[in-house]
Design a protein around this ligand. Structure first.
Ligand code: NAD
Length: 547
């Protein structure tokens, strides 16, 4: 029997190679209770996003990885290990597919039935690809989004501005800190007091209140002084948004990050206490869904009303607009999604998310990499600001890790530099390199990553599959193909990849290819869709693109 799950640390390994050891450590790290939202049920984040099917699967995966030969590949089918085959040393050690279903079955109802029969597993995005590193992973994307909003509307700062949002879960917790990083004030509505307490403990929020009036008055006071302040408001977002409107309170920015992509498991309907919600969800899921649908429609209507009153409103990648539309609110898409509005210009330039994890468990390895980044990429002022801020604000849970958005050239340079740092003994052990699935070419999601593509290719899901296949061919240590991450079943197809810098020449060659493929395919995908910036990047960088 296994007790609490923690990744091993240090330089002694139980697997036959560091490549496999890295994957084992990442898996165990994502299930560490300090990292996962609900480790006991193997739920890592995002509603019910799991890393493995169940305990039996976890034990079997650990066994397989521990015994895996350097020229073998383990296959994972929706969180369950199903086979090991002999392949080649340069090929991935783990290939995974999660939550993939034939399109006509891609509904929550059909999916839940399959999951109940233990045939599939919801893997969110980085949960099933064992690449989750806690809230820091999403923090920089949120930091970039808020920065873009600040640049576009408020002269580059959120000082004196109030953001109203909700959800303090695995992803949502990045919101208050990102607003703080840009000098602003946030009110984050969260229905679960335990989640708030967790975020207060690690300084993501400054205070908890349970009255809307108190939240508004504290926010106004801080904004008037130009002070950053993060207020967690215990309550139901649907109710609170409505109440704010009734009170004539118009925040500068409004968004939401409840897990609305899954109304039954991730969204608490208005009028229910948390305990009542737990009970009803289990006993009467149909009634629960009806209540949640009604509540989500009201929630999105309020967001629309805020927009009409002058707030800057956007969906934060949880498909709340899609849910409201599906349940009868035809104006649900009156406000935009954050990717098409604020992140896509970055994808067109090949800028995107990258993260690295110190397999040693030693935070100093990450700090040494931070210093290297600050030296080598000193021209990148956004990166400099980011690294300086997270160094001060984020402490590590589980394996120390860093996430950072980097551009085309920086990414392949990063692989080379990290591998050199391992080879030369500057770092105490190898480093895993992975990323969010929410990259320029690796997620097709018509209400998020690929919303409003200029050529209408929103629902074309060839790109993430090509990205996954190419990453496997380029020497990734793990590649996963998944469905339903972020925006829920039926709404996305995406892929992830993980590589390892172990200081070897092989690892150098793999990283050089892999960290060119990711940003390169992002540029190609956007050039193909007609974006001029991406087309000029193709020319400028000499990326080969037929036609
Ligand atoms: P989570 O399940 O960990 O947290 C959701 C939180 O919302 C919970 O704390 C829950 O108590 C709270 N909540 C639910 N209903 C509420 C209500 N009516 N009022 C107030 N609080 C309520 O989920 P997460 O990992 O934080 O993800 C949030 C959403 O963002 C998901 O839909 C996820 O798919 C999506 N997502 C966004 C991005 C992004 O790029 N922004 C990335 C991945 C996922």
């Amino acid at each position: 029997m296994m007790g609490t799950i923690h990744s091993p640390v240090g330089i002694d390994i139980t697997c036959k190679t560091w490549e496999t050891e890295a994957l084992l450590r990442l898996l165990l790290n994502s299930l560490d209770p300090r990292v996962a939202e609900n480790a006991q049920e193997f739920i890592v984040y995002g509603g019910t996003g799991k890393a493995v099917r169940d305990r039996k699967s976890l034990e079997a995966i650990i066994h397989e990885l521990t015994h895996l030969e350097p020229d073998h590949t383990l296959l994972i089918q929706s969180g369950k290990p199903v086979a090991t085959f002999r392949t080649f040393p340069f090929f991935p050690r783990v290939l995974s597919a999660a939550a993939m279903v034939v399109p006509q079955w891609a509904t929550w109802q059909a999916f839940n039935e399959l999951e109940k029969k233990d045939l599939t597993m919801y893997g969110q995005a980085t949960a099933a690809s064992w690449a989750y590193i806690g809230a820091q992973g999403i923090l920089q994307a949120t930091f970039e989004t808020m920065g873009e909003v600040a640049d576009r509307y408020f002269n580059g700062t959120l000082a004196g501005r109030i953001v109203l949002t909700s959800g303090l879960g695995g992803m949502g917790a990045a919101q208050p800190l990102s607003v703080t990083m840009h000098g602003g004030v946030s009110i984050i509505v969260e229905v679960n007091e335990e989640k708030i307490k967790r975020r207060l403990l690690n300084n993501y929020c400054d205070v908890m209140v349970s009255s809307v009036d108190e939240a508004i008055s504290l926010a106004r006071e801080a904004a008037a002084k130009g002070k950053s302040f993060a207020i967690a408001l215990l309550g139901n977002a649907s109710d609170v948004y409505f109440e704010c409107l009734k009170k004539g309170f118009t925040p500068d920015i409004v968004t939401d990050q409840t897990a609305a992509h899954d109304l039954v498991n991730g969204y608490v309907p208005s009028g229910l206490s948390l305990e009542q919600a737990h009970f009803l969800r289990r006993k009467k899921p149909k009634s629960y869904l009806e209540l949640a649908a009604e509540s989500v429609v009201g929630h999105v209507k309020s967001m629309n009303n805020f927009q009409q009153r002058g707030s800057i409103v956007f969906e934060y990648g949880n498909n709340i607009r899609g849910q409201a539309l599906e349940h009868g609110y035809s104006d649900a898409f009156s406000f935009p999604g954050f990717i098409s509005e604020y992140i896509r210009p970055l994808y067109c330039e090949g800028r995107g998310p990258c993260r690295w994890i110190a397999l040693s468990g030693d935070p100093n390895d990450i700090y040494k990499i931070d210093d290297m980044i600050l030296n080598e990429f000193s021209a990148d002022k956004r990166t400099e600001r980011w690294i300086n801020f997270v160094q001060e604000k984020i402490y590590f849970y589980g394996l120390p890790a860093r996430t950072c958005w980097l551009d085309y050239q920086e990414r392949s340079q990063l692989g080379e530099l990290l591998n050199h740092m391992v080879a030369s003994g500057q770092l105490s052990a190898p480093v895993a390199i992975t990323r969010d699935h929410s990259e320029g070419s690796t997620m097709s999601a018509p209400t998020r990553e690929t919303e409003n593509m200029p050529d209408g290719s929103d629902a074309v899901a060839d790109w993430p599959i090509l990205a996954g296949l190419l990453n496997a061919s380029g020497g990734a240590s793990m590649v996963s193909i998944q469905h339903g991450g972020g925006v829920g079943i039926g709404n996305s197809i995406h892929s992830g990849m993980t590589a390892v810098a172990d200081g070897s020449l092989d690892s150098y060659e793999k990283l050089k290819r892999l960290l060119t493929i990711d940003p390169g395919l992002s540029i190609i995908r956007h050039a193909d869709a007609g974006y001029e910036t991406a087309k000029s990047m193709v020319d400028k960088l000499g990326i080969k693109k037929p036609l």
